[in-house]
Design a protein around this ligand. Structure first.
Ligand SMILES: C[S@@+](CC[C@H](N)C(=O)[O-])C[C@H]1O[C@@H](n2cnc3c(N)ncnc32)[C@H](O)[C@@H]1O
Length: 276
């Protein structure tokens, strides 16, 4: 792909190297965009892109598939609720830093982040008290981060939520369900590209050190060397014994690293034999 005219044009005009993406995913995205723009041949699409300033950006945006759901992988969220949060809290009993720190690392329009916040707000420690947590939620697309901050959803996107949760955590106005401010108060949304080579963690988090990183449903869009860069970045931000949650279909990618799945099929991993 690197040597194709479209790849060279995007590198020159937008400074984006599309060869980082998985080849099959790129070909499908290109075909889809060509059809939408009524271009039968790649050469015609190249000329169209060259002559239309907005098309480069539109094509790059089409590569950032933002589909998400609340509680997308129910087993993972159930393992978080029943096992992982308890384990993290236990670890914190003797530590000076009581706050649970989470990074929702490709948060799209916020469904994943708000699902985590619901679980943590509903979770009570041994004394029945609310727990102290902060979620740093990032995505490389400014557009979806702004949507996530807006916290507005249509009923169709709430299908995985019980009526109890909808009533507890949303206010309804017309067709729009808005997340209540109390669910938002422990979340920081910001723009962050996981392939940025200069930054190791979101600057808003100041020092990384996360008890849990959720990096789900984006690895499969990338080539193995880009996947490796992303995985190494998120793993080095974990506290000792911290957890990494990924997408259900990305488990096989994570298995190739020095990570163990904490519970079968959960898509939640831990570093094997952490050194420090
Ligand atoms: C399919 S959505 C997944 C959303 C959510 N994590 C989930 O599992 O439902 C993939 C998201 O990854 C984001 N993304 C893709 N490449 C990224 C990168 N290099 N850095 C940060 N976010 C990225 C996209 O903008 C998109 O919002």
């Amino acid at each position: 792909m690197k040597n194709r005219p479209i790849a060279k044009l995007l590198l020159k005009s937008r400074d984006v190297d599309i060869s980082k993406y998985d080849q099959t995913f790129l070909e499908k995205s290109l075909q889809r965009r060509m059809t939408e723009m009524h271009c039968g041949y790649e050469e015609a699409y190249y000329t169209f892109m060259e002559q239309n300033n907005q098309e480069g950006e539109a094509f790059l945006n089409s590569l950032l598939i933002g589909y998400s759901e609340f509680f997308r992988n129910s087993l993972s969220f159930s393992v978080l609720e029943k096992i992982i949060f308890e384990t993290i809290l236990l670890k914190k009993t003797n530590s000076k830093r009581k706050e649970i720190r989470i990074w929702s690392a490709a948060c799209s329009s916020g469904q994943e982040t708000y699902s985590l916040a619901m679980l943590l707000k509903e979770f009570k420690n041994g004394e029945g008290e609310e727990i102290n947590f902060r979620i740093f939620a990032t995505d490389c697309s400014e557009e979806v981060v702004n949507e996530a901050r807006k916290a507005e959803f249509r009923i169709e996107s709430l299908t995985n939520l019980s009526l109890k949760r909808i009533n507890q955590w949303f206010t309804k106005q017309g067709d729009i369900y808005t997340v209540k401010p109390e669910l938002n108060e422990n979340i920081d949304f910001s723009v962050f590209d996981l392939l940025n080579e200069e930054l190791s963690s979101p600057p808003t988090s100041i020092f990384g050190n996360f008890d849990l990183v959720v990096c789900a449903n984006l690895l499969f869009y990338y080539k193995p060397d880009s996947q490796k860069k992303i995985i190494e970045k998120v793993v080095q931000c974990l506290t000792k014994g911290g957890f990494l949650m990924t997408g259900e279909t990305e488990r096989s990618i994570l298995m190739k690293y020095n990570l163990v799945e904490v519970y079968p099929q959960s898509a939640i991993f831990r570093i094997q034999n952490p050194q420090s």
